[in-house]
Structures are given as C-alpha cells and as structure tokens.
Write a protein that binds this ligand. Structure first.
Ligand code: ATP
Ligand code: MG
Length: 418
C-alpha cells in the first residue's frame, strides 16, 4: 500500500513569532494553488506546526499522485523538507506492523548498496504512548540494526531517514525525506519588478529574491531590429522557469532601440552603457508606480564586468528613487553559475543571443562615471519624453509562445493617459 499522507516541514518560517499565521496562510495558499494544477481533491492543512496533505477519505496515493507531488512540492518556498507517510493508529503494534512491512520495500531502491545510513527521529505529543521518544528510537534501532547488518547509524544525515510523529489521533510513519529550498512563502515579501536579461545573473537574482517571499514580474529590454526577437523567446523561457516557483509573473518587453538611437546621436559614446541603464531604471520606475511594484531587482555583481563598479552603480541608482535590490552583488561567478544550474536556468541563459546593452557599444565604456558629467550628457536629452518613448514601446511577451502580444499592457495605457 502506498502512503496516504505527505508531511511537510517548515524552514525559517518556524522561527516566526506573532506574524507566523500570516506566513502559514500564504504557504497553504501557494501549495494548494500549485497542486491544483495537476491533482484534484487533496486537502492541505496545518496540523501542529506541519503542513499535511491527504485525500479527505485518507485513501492511499496512486503512484502518479506521488510522482506529481515529488515534482511540484520542492517549488514551494517556505518548506524545508517533506516525506510521504502512512497515517496509522498511535499504538506500538500498529506502528511496528507498518514499519516491518514498508521498511524492506523502502530498502529496495538502494539495490545491493553495501552500506545504507540510517536514523530514526521520534516526535511524541501523545503522552499516553508507552515509550518515550528516545526509548522508541532505541526500540526500533535494536530491531533494524540486528536484522539488517548493512545499516549504519548516522544521526546527522541518513538515506533511511525514518520519522515517527506520534499524536493523539494517529501517527505519521515516514521512511525517507525529500529536501525543499526553504526560504519564505511567495507573496509574503511584497511585489517587485526584476530587470531580466537573457544572461546568467539576473535569473539567479530573481530566484534569490523570490526565496525571500517577494512576488516578481519581469521587464526585459531588447533592441529590435538591432537585436533578434529570438531573445524574447529565450527570456520568456527563463520567466517560465522562474514562474514555477511562484504564481506566474508577467514579462514586459520594452523595445529600447529608439531611446538608444537618441542617446547615440546626442551623447558622448563612452557614457552609453551608463545612460542606457539610467533610462532602463527610469522606465522601470514609471511602470512600477503604475503597477504598484515596490522594488527593482537586478543581477549586478560587483566588478564582474568593467561597468559594474560601485561608482557606476551609485550613478545608475541616482536615476531612480526606488529601492534597487542586487541580491548577487557580492557573489563570485562560480557560485552564481552553480545556483543557475540548480534552478535549471543555466542552459537557457547559455544560448547565445545579442544583448540589448551591446547595441552601439563603444570600445571603452567609462568605468568610473562622474554624476556631474552624466547629468551634463543628459542635459542634451528630453528625459521625460525619452522615458515615455520607452513606455510606449512596452508590450507583454506571451509566455506560451514567446511572442510579443499586440495589445499594450493596461499599465502602459494608464501611463500614457489612453
Ligand atoms: P546578466 O547575466 O543578468 O545579463 P550581466 O553580468 O550580463 O548580467 P550586465 O549586462 O551588466 O551584467 O547587467 C546587469 C544587470 O542589469 C542584469 O543582471 C539585469 O538585471 C540588468 N539588465 C542588463 N541588460 C538588461 C536587459 N537587456 N533587459 C533587462 N535587464 C537588463
Ligand atoms: Mg547581461
């Protein structure tokens, strides 16, 4: 018989004080939303500091149910781990019977592995249970270690990670554990707008912020016809991949080419990258005000490329009054790449496409821009008009097809007073 419950453990959320119910409520909402996409009829609730997933009639899961849940649950921020479990009566005989039946089955997946690590942890809130938590652990350790000589106790980390949660109304018996990402439930940290390029860094930056509970939408700048529209398909794939971790965010795409042409024609070429960035921020800010996004997120990493200096970042930031979050600012490239591989964005980012920022790129971009000089360059421009030009060129990317949608976003119409 397959398990008939999933027991999910909290991560950092367990440390929350008075506002913990707010986080728990959002966690449940996110989990229900995610599972509902592929499974119907499951009850998801909180029982004594754990999230429990069961069918209301307590029937055993089908193999396919377990495959789907194994795939979907790890995307839920706020969970540290989960286990499939059998919900059995809280007495020693029933628990033992279940363990004796399912322990050998669970061992099968290790094939003829020479040594399998083992631990058992017991959490007992049912005080009438005849053995203490510790004695229960010893009781079963003796049984299993005698019977299976290849088991080696490892209390820190084990392949056979047996857990008993003995409660008044029943006991959860689980034999293995799957790890989740941790973090905080999506939607508990406000709303942000991520500046998403097709590179490796910005998707990782998005993921790190999402893991802190922020719900993201995305804005990408392209320079059609100077850059290919394939770039949008690629960024769309990245957005889809990131959206697995949250309720789908929208991808705005701004055709930046006309703004770039004006900058090219009016300003010192060495300041182009900085000026592009300042206009990107201004356009992002305007969009954010209309959509009530509370922060901008970028994938800047200090000193990764010549233009990513503290001086440049501060000059770029001064173009906006919004909070700009750069979660990977201190990371080295290897760490970011490892993260990108873990969340499966690396292979998409690795597809080569021309980036919008490289359009009309000078040979020697300025590495230590002086704000006064940048402002002088901008005095040659009609800033408000250029920002509106950027806004006029924003469309949604259809995340199913990777193509631009005809209808302009409502926020754009609002800003333009249409
Ligand atoms: P990434 O790998 O994210 O492209 P990067 O190392 O290439 O980053 P830059 O090209 O200097 O660094 O970009 C720094 C940040 O500026 C990006 O992480 C992203 O947040 C933002 N950005 C750059 N180009 C674009 C773009 N075309 N559209 C949206 N955001 C962009
Ligand atoms: Mg880039």
């Amino acid at each position: 018989m397959n398990p008939n419950a999933v027991l999910c453990r909290y991560g950092e959320l367990a440390l929350k004080g008075n506002n913990r119910p707010v986080f728990e409520k959002q966690l449940l909402k996110n989990l229900r939303y995610k599972l509902k996409q592929e499974l119907k009829g499951l009850a998801v609730k909180i029982v004594q500091g754990r999230v429990v997933i069961q069918y209301p009639d307590l029937r055993a899961f089908e193999d396919q149910d377990m495959e789907i849940m194994t795939r979907l649950i790890p995307f839920i921020f706020g969970l540290k781990s989960f286990s499939f479990a059998w919900w059995v009566p809280s007495n020693l005989e029933d628990i033992e019977k279940h363990l004796e039946t399912f322990f050998p089955q669970a061992l099968k997946k290790f094939g003829d592995q020479q040594e399998i690590t083992y631990r058992m942890r017991v959490r007992r809130s049912y005080k009438k249970f005849p053995l203490s938590s510790h004695d229960t652990e010893l009781y079963f350790a003796e049984k299993f270690l005698m019977k299976y000589s290849f088991l080696k106790v490892n209390l820190r980390e084990a392949e056979m990670d047996v857990a008993l949660e003995i409660r008044d109304r029943g006991t959860f018996v689980s034999l293995t554990k799957e790890m989740c990402w941790g973090g905080l439930p999506s939607g508990t940290g406000g709303k942000g707008l991520a500046l998403l390029s097709g590179g490796i860094d910005s998707p990782v930056a998005c993921h790190k912020m999402m893991a802190r509970g922020i719900h993201l939408h995305y804005l990408t700048f392209h320079s059609f016809p100077y850059t290919d529209l394939n770039l949008l398909e690629k960024v769309g794939k990245i957005a889809n991949s990131l959206n697995q971790w949250q309720k789908a965010g929208m991808l705005f795409a701004c055709n930046f080419a006309s703004v770039q042409r004006v900058i090219r024609d009016s300003c010192n070429p060495r300041y182009r990258t900085i000026l592009y960035r300042r206009f990107m921020f201004r356009i992002a800010e305007k969009l954010s005000h209309s959509c009530k996004f509370q922060a901008l997120i970028t994938g800047d990493a200090l000193a990764q490329v010549a233009s990513q200096t503290v001086v440049n970042m501060s000059v770029i930031d001064s173009a906006t009054s919004m909070l700009v979050l750069r979660p990977i600012v201190s990371e080295d490239k290897d760490t970011v790449v490892a993260h990108a591989r873990k969340i499966d964005t690396f292979d998409i980012s690795n597809i080569q496409c021309a980036d919008s920022c490289t359009v009309f790129q000078p040979d020697k971009p300025i590495t230590k821009a002086k704000l006064r000089e940048v402002e002088y360059q901008e005095s040659k421009l009609d800033i408000d008009e250029l920002v509106l030009e950027g806004i006029r060129n924003i469309k949604f990317v259809d995340l199913k097809s990777g193509e631009l949608m005809d209808q302009p976003p409502r926020a754009v119409k609002e800003i333009l007073g249409e």
